[in-house]
Design a protein around this ligand. Structure first.
Ligand code: GLU
Length: 284
């Protein structure tokens, strides 16, 4: 890739304070952008109305700056680059939602969470989200009628049995089977907002991101997102998923475990350099 064409992103959700796991992934994203003499953008993924909070978004930016992050693009924010905010980008998501509708790639679904649970034949132990049983798929629900008065989510209809493969920058060859590893997923929610899967694809495409660096918990989501890229005829970026940071008990760090938040570490007198020294070597 010629110097200057690499575009990466940091895409935190302001649903809690950033912890070591986030900054480890973000640091790698920054290192990769720097190694390619590229550009890094910051995106505030604030669409989760029930959990996203403005105070976390403010804290996030303060913590990122304290830690040594630097991004090279974004809306003007008092002389510095601010983040792109998903909540400010709704009209663009809606256009793409309409495009998917026009292509017949998605369908309306009136199932509640409870309906989905009840329709599943067997327990799906260990699966991040059991595949949707297809109750509202076109042609399935009687003559296509939705539950009267039901709230409508729009789902992407996955090609059952098709393998979705990609070569991850870290984990190498990946392959998932649509309809088995994941099912028809929501792209537009009944509250009038795009789902994470749709918003992230639209943003990465419109922001011309060339490589997505993020946690390994999103490998399966990458398969879903590749189907959206394909349906829209868009070229997907490259993907680089990082191993997740675990605590001493082997549990994934979550924002609600405040112990290792950057704030706490900072209050304890830790320096960014010290925290960075605990990171695995980049490129591994
Ligand atoms: N906003 C997501 C998160 O904080 C990450 C999305 C992504 O990197 O695609 O988990």
């Amino acid at each position: 890739m010629p110097p200057g064409t690499y575009r990466g992103r940091l895409a935190p959700s302001p649903t809690g304070y950033l912890h070591q796991g986030h900054v480890q992934t973000f640091w790698l994203a920054q290192e990769r952008a720097r190694a390619h003499h590229g550009v890094l953008v910051l995106r505030d993924e604030d669409l989760d109305g029930s959990r996203a909070r403005a105070e976390f978004a403010t804290a996030m930016i303060e913590d990122l700056r304290w830690f040594g992050f630097d991004w090279q693009e974004g809306p003007d924010c008092g002389g510095a680059y601010g983040p792109y905010q998903q909540s400010q980008r709704l009209p663009g998501y809606r256009i793409v939602f309409e495009q998917l509708k026009a292509k017949g790639a998605i369908y309306p679904c009136s199932c509640t969470r409870k309906d989905v649970q009840q329709a599943l034949q067997a327990p799906h132990i260990g699966q991040e989200e059991p595949p949707y049983p297809g109750t509202c798929r076109p042609g399935r629900r009687g003559d296509g009628n939705l539950k009267p008065g039901g709230r409508i989510n729009w789902r992407f209809q996955v090609p059952d049995g098709a393998t979705v493969g990609f070569v991850d920058g870290h984990y190498r060859a990946q392959s998932f089977v649509a309809g088995k590893d994941f099912g028809d997923f929501v792209v537009w929610r009944s509250d009038g907002l795009p789902s994470y899967q749709l918003a992230v694809v639209v943003d990465d495409h419109e922001m011309a991101i060339t490589e997505v660096v993020r946690g390994a918990d999103l490998l399966l989501s990458t398969a879903r997102q590749l189907l959206i890229y394909h349906a829209l005829g868009w070229e997907p970026p490259a993907f680089y998923h990082c191993p997740l940071v675990l605590d001493a008990q082997g549990n994934r760090l979550a924002k609600r475990h405040d112990a290792l938040s950057l704030r706490t570490l900072r209050q304890r007198g830790e320096s960014p350099e010290n925290i960075r020294r605990s990171f695995p070597p980049t490129g591994s």
